[in-house]
Structure formats: C-alpha cells, structure tokens
Unconditional design. Sequence first.
Lengths: 395, 122
Amino acid sequence: MILAGGRGERLYPLTRDRAKPAVPFGGIYRIIDFTLSNCIHSDIRRIFVLTQYKSTSLHRHIQFGWNIVSATLGEFIEAIPAQQRIDEHWYQGTADAIYQNIYTLQQERPDLVLILSGDHIYKMDYRKMIAYHIEKGADLTVGAIRMDRKLSQEFGVIEVDKEWRIIGFQEKPEIPKTIPEDPEGILASMGIYVFGTEILVRRLIEDARSESTHDFGRDIIPAMIGKDRIFAFDFRIGDQGESGYWRDVGTIDAYFEANMDLISVTPQLNLYDPQWPILTYQSPHPPAKTVLLEEGRVGTALNSIISNGCIISGGSVIRSILSPRVMVHSYAEVEDSILMEGVDVGRGARIRRSIIDKDVHIPQGMKIGYNLDEDVKRFTVTGSGIVVVPKGIRL
Amino acid sequence: MKKKILVVEDEEGLRLLYEEELKSEGYEVITARNGKEAIEKLEKEKPNLIILDIVMPVMDGMEALGKILGKDRKIPIILNTSYSGYQQDFMSWAADAYITKSPDLSELKNKVKELLERGRVL
C-alpha cells in the first residue's frame, strides 16, 4: 500500500496542479517512480497506490507508465482515489488512509502488508526487510535510517534496545533517544512498515475507534510499544544504492538540491545501475539534439541532464536538468536550473537558479533569477534564492 | 434515563421479537430495516447501542458498520447474524461483539447489558 495522498504544501507551486508523488524529478521521472521501482525489483507486484488530492496526473502516470505487471498472474499496480466508503471526509492521517481501504485489503487478504510512502527518493530492496520481519517473528517492522542527532526535530525518532526491538518513539523531539552503540546518531523512521495483516487490521480498528490523529508514527506505533513485537530495520541492510541515500524532498530547496546532486560527476543517487533501473513513463520523443556551431552562436550543454525531445539551438545550458521537449533558442543561457517538460526558452533569454514548470514559454530576452527583488513580485522565491515559475503561466 | 437501542433487522418478525424482548428488559427500542435507515436513525435518534444484522437489502450490515463508525466512532455495536462466516471479514472486527442468531436471546441480552454497563471494550 503506497500512501500517495499528501498535499506537499511546502513544494508549492510545484504541487499546485499535482500531488507530490507526481512531481517530476531528474528529468524524466516522477517522485513515485522510485518507490514503485523498488517494489518491482523487490518482486512486489500487488500494489495499491492510495491517492486523494489533485490526483489526475498521478493516475495518468500510473495508468500509462506502470501498466507493466500481469493481471493474468494476479498482479496489479492500481491507483485508488479516496472513495469515502467509510467516512465522508479526506484521509485524516496515514493510518486512516489504510483503515479507509480496509475493504480493499479484505479482498486481497495478504499475509503481510508493506506500507510505503510515495514521497521519498531512495533505492531499497524490501525483500531484505520482509525477511528480517519474518526472522524476528515481528508484528510490525519499521524502516529506520541513521541520522545525526542534530536533525532529530525533523523526524520520528525510534528508540531501540540492543536487539533493535522498538521500545520508544518520539515525534520530532528536541532531545532524542540515540542509537545504543552510537550516542551521536538517531534512528529516524522512514515511514516504511511491514505488518502482519491481522495485527495491522486490529490495530487500525482500535485506532479508528479512539481519539487519535490516526497516524502511524504518532498513534499506532506508540500504542503497539510494550504490547506487540515491533522491530526497527536498519536501512543500511536494505539500501540498494549502498550510499545511504534517502530523501524526503519536502521543500523546494531540498527538491532543488536533490535534483542538482544528479548532475555531479558521481551522484549519491546512481541512476545508471543496470541491476536497479528506475522505471517510468516516457512518450516516444526523438533523441536530444544540439545545433548550430557558428561564431558566437553555439548550441551547448555542459554538466547537464538533457532528456529526449530537447533541442538546444544556438543557446547554452550549464549545470541544469532538462525534461523532455525543452527548446532553448539562440543566444539564450540556462544555468543551474530545472526546466520541466515543454519549456521554451526564447532567443537571448537568461535563466539562472530557477525551476521552470511545465509548458512555460520564456519570451525573448527575459531574465529570470538575476534580480530576485523583481522576480519575487511575480514568482515564488525560496529562502536560498531559487525562483519557481509555475506551470501554465503566461509571460 | 432509559438506554436507547437501535435494532437493525430486515425480517419483520425478528424485528418485532427483538423490540418486545428488549423493551421488557427496560430499554427504549427503535428499529431500522436496513443499513441506510440505520444511519438516518443514528443521526436523528442518537441511540446508545446498535444491534446490526448483516444480510439486508439496500445496504448490508458490513457496509453500514464502517459508515456508522465514521459518524460515531464510540457507539457500541453488536453484529447479529445467522452466518458465522462474516467473522472472517476484517470490518466485522470493528464491532464490539459478534453473535450468531439463535432462538434463545439470552446471549444477545447479556451482551447488550454488558456493553451498556461496562462501556465499549477494545
């Protein structure tokens, strides 16, 4: 069960028209592709994606891009919108989202349920976590990543004993419980849970029938501590990237940095591992192309990711990520920027440290990212000075 | 004040039987013929406990159970059915008790008493 219903408010305006899991990432991907690819490579092929807000583009992406399993073999990747079958309101928390889909779970009656977030970017073999869950005889296993204790106020912090049995859980604590053998480290919850189905359903029902925020971290885990067998699973064991890479990309700045990591010489997140390809949907565009080699008018792309369908025609692109169908015209300059699908950079325009959302046409000679005082009058500008030009804006 | 019980049952004879028997125990009894009516009565009448049949026309008890809890998460609910197989349904676990219908109503009456006195046990 992949939770894909969060609003992603801190990613606004990238989430103005789409749910956070559907936000483009790394040129050709959507954020949810990483979690779905992990599932497929972990041989998990019975997948429900629970959506609610602004889910049209997410549904379309799953329909077009992830129609890759065999219904004949009982496999499915199915996006389920909030159906309000039980309750007439939106999902109140992560646990409520699963509880509201209890009839769906009933139809499948699996032995175990793996609950994931569609918001995170990482490569993980869930089979290792499931094997650990079974070996421990656990009722619940929670994916945990080691973090510096200074970051404790951003995460749910798991307290474990020497056997990694969970004995405490703090939500964004100021003074965190540290790892037994590492006083500077904490175990942060990754929002990844393996449950025995029966215990999951029973705890969800108990939670649904009590005063609660209906959240796995805040309510379900604390209620299970001391009562059930719950263990933490070290992400290091399941990390397929072997670099400890796991990102929430919850803010525009974090999103920008995570994208920019991809254009470094050796990115922390390796997209080139043939054992663990990231799957996605791509329209059949022609290959990327650079043209013109004249005095002062050279089409170039340096230290950049250029997707299919792009044409860089007499302009320059440096340290940037271009999604499919981006057009950069003569004498234009694009630097340290993310240009999403269908963006057109007019002749002589200059873009710096900006995110340009889908299908925006930048007129000839326009400058974005060069004078933030001007930019902030029209666009979102983040704390670190990244300009975000929203989808569909007419300039 | 008398405790109010909502009996949800599509079979008229049974509905009358439960109504009479529970009234004689000193409860106020209201009835509904299916899940949809039960939800309407829940909002209007604010019962203290619900006895819910499962196999009913219009809206069955299993569907109604979720919706009832969506409106009042604390109300005690007894599933009362001729079939034991519904205990396999996850949603049935959300009820406070599961009783298989029998001509002897003592189990049902005891459970009603227990739940109303002790409050919900989960």
